[in-house]
Structure formats: structure tokens, C-alpha cells
Design a protein around this ligand. Structure first.
Ligand SMILES: [Zn+2]
Length: 412
């Protein structure tokens, strides 16, 4: 076994208590947390790191990323050669890890090969949870063809740079869901509303018929997992929740009654407000087509209000960002944006305990308890007082650890 490590004099903050706990000792061995104590831990062979009261948090979790999206132009991205896309994804994931994100849920694009390559040690990145390709109907949010592009849609199905694949009709939807699960998808993603970065679907369009969504939900359930859906409008969200969709992505235009329905049915929201700010400020310069730029404010302007509506209804919210290409550098700014309307502890929970719940890894990630993976960040200062300490590309994080390995250690 590898040498044990003990973090000493740590202030723990994982979202499980409102203020965190001071003067704690945490022993790590074999990639796992073994002991958490309020007094010094005896272990003659352990390497000791005195945090001197610094904040020790679980590694952060981002539940809405696209690691293969190196451009804001989805259509162009889908045509890139797989080798280029894979190496770009590795670079993006390395940068995520150095911002303190030790787990990311990819909601469209990443394939099992990227998971396996990481397990083989071919690159260092955040723990990667995937859905394979997002499912979209013809003309939906993962159909990148413009009005005059009449290629058969299956050109994109096996392109690594494609976020999604097209399926129409109940049988084809079942087959696509089964096919993604066969290829290693850990949940199923559907595009159930129009979107910004796709050419022919206004935001309010509903994606898939009720019967198609019900069939996909059944397939996910049969495979012991859940469906996540791209959704903006109140109508779209209410429909999806009633049909059994569990993970509600974006949710910008949700209204109070639908938020209460989400809470009743145990749906979890994954807002992604930072991407609309980034697209608004920089999207055009990173390849977002003019037809897409025109749609940004349809959802951007209601973002903060949606957080307040969902909080009021008691909806569990997870951390998501949905950034594309060079805009990924804003990944941690979602903390600050949410902090404008939510208490800091709730924002922190979104990237720790709530995210773990959504991913189905409660007790393994997003927590500082025995048996959890030894994924940590050490923060200089108190994020409850200033969430911007989590921004700045890891500037205020002298230690980042994943699975018991130091990604970064500036303390000793
Ligand atoms: Zn997305």
C-alpha cells in the first residue's frame, strides 16, 4: 500500500453542516479517506501535512460539461477528426482538474474510450461520468445541420466531436438509448427543448414526443439509471418531469408550480448560468453562429430568477457550467453568479453533496467521510465568506488531490 497521508488542523467544509468543522484530522490511504477525527491521528509511517486552519473541501464536482466541445460551433466540432478531439478533451480535462474539479459529468459527447484511457493512466483528468451521445430528434438540439444541409443524420453518430446523435420514433429511441448504454453510458441524455447552439430549433420547441421520452425513461430505468434532459421552458420541464426525467439541465424558464412538481417527484436541477454570460460576452468570437447569438437572451435574462424559484420550492440543485471551447476558463465563476441570490453554503452543496446525489455517488464523492475517495482541495480563506476564492484557475488552492494523488501541492 502507498504511504498514508494525514491532513492536520483542517477546517472541513463539505456542505454537510452549515459552518463546517474546525481543527480536524483526516487520514488517507490507498486512494480513500480512512479516518476523520477531532484529535491527532497516530500513524508513525504517515506523511503529515499541517493545514494550519486552512479549509479542506472535497474535490469539486461539475455535473454539466462537454469535454469534447472545443468550439462553440457544434456543427464544425462534429466534423473534426477523433484524434484531434480526444487530445483537445484531455487538455480541457487537465485544466478542469487544476481548477479543483475532481469529478465531471459529461452530458453529451464523451465516449467510454476517454474513461478507459484515464483508467489506464494515459492522461490525468477528473473522474469522468458519461452518457455517450445525447439523443436528439431530427431538427432538435443535437441536429447540427442547417436548413440546406441534407446529409443523412447518422454521419455524426460515431464522431467523437459530436455532442449527440439523432433518433426519431419510439423504436429508434429505444435502440439509441440501448446502444449508448451498451457502449458505456452511465445515464441517458436527451434534448427535450430547443437550444442556443443549434441552427433550426427555437428555445420553445419541445424535443421528442411524450411516447418517445417515456420509452427512453423506461430504457434508462431498465438499465438501473436515469434520464437527464436539456430543458429551458416551463412547459418542457413540466412535461419531462411528469414523464419521469430526473436530471433537469439548465431550467432557466421554470415557474413556481413546475418547480414544486420537480421537488415532489425528486427531480434535481442542474443550472448552468455561467455559459450564458460567457456566450453573451465571447460566444461570437469563439465561433457561435449569428443565429445562435440571437437566442442567448431568451434564457440568460431569467437565470438568477430561476434559482430563486427553485430554492423557494425546495428543489435540489447541482453545479453545472456547460461551457464550450476557450470559454471553459470561466468554469468556476458559476459559484459567484449563484452566490448573488443563494447562500454560499447552498452553492457549495451544489458542487459537493448535491452533485454526488445526482451522479449516484453519495458517500463516495463530494464528502469528507471514511470510505469516500480521497478527492480534495485546500482553500486559502473561507469560501463561505467569499465564493470567488474558488475562481482564478485554482490560484487559491495550494493543494488539489484526486484519488489520494497530489495533482498540486504547494504546502510541502
Ligand atoms: Zn450542455
Amino acid at each position: 500500500m502507498t504511504q498514508a497521508i494525514i491532513f492536520e488542523n483542517a477546517r472541513l467544509l463539505d456542505g454537510s453542516s452549515p459552518e463546517g468543522e474546525h481543527d480536524r484530522f483526516v487520514r488517507i490511504e490507498g486512494g480513500l479517506i480512512r479516518e476523520v477525527s477531532d484529535r491527532p491521528i497516530a500513524d508513525g509511517g504517515a506523511r503529515r501535512i499541517d493545514l494550519k486552519g486552512r479549509t479542506l473541501m472535497p474535490g469539486l464536482i461539475d455535473c454539466h460539461v462537454h469535454v469534447i466541445a472545443n468550439s462553440a460551433n457544434f456543427g464544425q466540432n462534429a466534423l473534426l477528426p477523433d484524434a484531434l478531439v480526444a487530445l483537445q478533451a484531455v487538455k480541457l480535462m487537465g485544466e478542469m482538474l487544476h481548477r479543483g474539479f475532481t469529478t465531471v459529468r459529461d452530458v453529451g459527447g464523451a465516449t467510454y474510450a476517454l474513461v478507459e484511457a484515464q483508467e489506464q493512466g494515459l492522461y490525468v483528468g477528473p473522474r469522468l461520468v458519461i452518457c455517450g451521445k445525447a439523443l436528439s430528434q431530427t431538427g432538435g438540439h443535437a441536429d447540427f445541420r442547417g436548413r440546406y444541409d441534407n446529409r443523412k443524420p447518422d454521419y455524426q453518430t460515431h464522431q467523437l466531436g459530436s455532442l449527440g446523435r439523432i433518433c426519431d420514433g419510439i423504436d429508434a429511441c429505444r435502440a439509441a438509448a440501448r446502444d449508448e448504454i451498451r457502449q458505456g453510458a452511465q445515464f441517458v441524455k436527451i434534448m427535450a427543448n430547443g437550444g442556443i447552439a443549434s441552427p433550426t430549433d427555437p428555445i420553445a420547441f419541445l424535443g421528442f414526443s411524450d411516447a418517445e421520452i417515456a420509452a427512453i425513461v423506461e430504457e434508462a430505468h431498465n438499465a438501473q439509471t436515469y434520464v437527464a434532459a436539456h430543458l429551458y421552458t416551463d412547459e418542457g420541464i413540466a412535461r419531462a418531469v411528469k414523464l419521469g426525467v430526473r436530471s433537469i439541465e439548465h431550467a432557466n424558464l421554470v415557474q413556481a408550480a413546475t418547480a414544486r412538481l420537480m421537488h415532489e417527484r425528486g427531480a434535481i436541477a442542474c443550472p448552468t448560468l455561467v455559459t450564458y454570460e460567457a456566450l453573451n460576452n465571447e460566444g461570437a468570437s469563439y465561433g457561435l453562429p449569428p443565429s445562435s447569438v440571437a437566442k442567448i437572451d431568451d434564457v440568460r435574462l431569467r437565470g438568477l430568477e430561476s434559482l430563486e424559484i427553485m430554492r423557494e420550492a425546495g428543489v435540489t440543485m447541482a453545479y453545472g457550467t456547460d461551457l464550450l471551447g476557450a470559454m471553459h476558463r470561466h468554469q468556476s465563476e458559476e459559484f459567484v453568479i449563484r452566490g448573488r441570490v443563494l447562500p454560499a453554503i447552498e452553492v457549495i452543496r451544489s458542487a459537493t453533496v448535491n452533485a454526488a446525489e445526482l451522479i449516484g455517488m453519495t458517500g463516495k464523492i463530494g464528502t469528507i467521510k471514511p470510505d469516500a475517495y480521497a478527492d480534495f482541495i485546500v482553500v486559502d480563506g473561507d469560501p463561505l465568506v467569499d465564493l470567488s476564492l474558488l475562481t482564478g484557475q485554482g490560484r487559491n488552492m495550494p493543494v488539489i488531490m484526486k484519488n489520494g494523488d497530489f495533482i498540486k501541492n504547494e504546502l510541502n
